[in-house]
Write a protein that binds this ligand. Structure first.
Ligand code: MD3
Ligand code: FE
Length: 209
């Protein structure tokens, strides 16, 4: 376990190849697609989701949706092994009781990248995000609290899990263009899972009362 920064913990080679069948099942039901940014640009990263909520973007903005806009159906269920892995990683990093309700699945082909951004579409920033990297390696950019802050470069390999919580939760981050390659599990792709608590905690509390 390596502390990258306060609140950011890297667990090298923590995830195993046994996540792959579940990913293939999910993407058979909710295929990867290149979504549009609110500005009308096609994202180079192809995405899909599983779990009660999924992150989506189109001309009307970024948001979490309980259904796949392409089919109107709920996203595929969150595999129990995703929940178990994320909870185990979060617990080790000092965030017990992590129960994500959304898992965004990113697929990078050679040249695909993600520009510096903050993950701030969730409702509860006290909850961490757990990321799982599979397949081709990536150079991850870990910035500060402003877009203009200088970003550190961190190489993420197959199986690496990172917990981003506490003071790291709202830091800018991104991914440099992926280099072409071939991975025994994922072929010509990098796959990244991000497990999140996206739902509105106050709304859930109100519903329960
Ligand atoms: C640091 N994905 O989907 S995961 C994203 O590799 C996203 O696909 C990248 O950024 C990827 O939003 C990076 C690592 C990550 C995820 C969330 C973070 C790092 C983070 C939230 C705060 C700080
Ligand atoms: Fe992000």
């Amino acid at each position: 376990m390596i502390e990258l920064a306060p609140g950011a913990v890297l667990l090298p080679n923590f995830a195993a190849d046994d996540l792959w069948p579940a990913i293939q099942q999910i993407t058979a039901a909710a295929p990867f697609r290149h979504m549009l940014t609110p500005g009308g640009f096609k994202m180079s990263v192809a995405m899909t989701n599983c779990g009660p909520l999924g992150w989506v973007t189109d001309r009307s903005g970024y948001r979490y949706s309980p259904t796949d806009p392409q089919t109107g159906s709920p996203w595929p269920a969150m595999p129990p092994e995703f929940l178990a892995l994320a909870a185990r990683a979060a617990h080790l990093a000092g965030f017990p009781g992590f129960t994500p309700d959304a898992c965004l699945i990113n697929r990078y082909e050679p040249g695909a990248k993600m520009s510096l951004h903050q993950d701030n579409d969730e409702h509860d920033f006290s909850q961490p995000i757990v990321s799982v990297s599979l397949g081709l390696p990536a150079i991850f950019l870990f910035g500060g609290f402003e877009r203009s802050d200088k970003a550190a470069r961190i190489k993420l390999h197959h199986g690496d899990v990172v917990v981003w919580g506490g003071p790291a939760r709202l830091r800018y981050h991104g991914v440099l263009p992926i280099k072409p390659g071939e991975h025994p599990l994922t072929g010509p792709y990098r796959i990244n899972l991000t497990l999140r608590t996206a739902g509105d905690v106050t709304m859930e509390t109100v519903r329960r009362l």
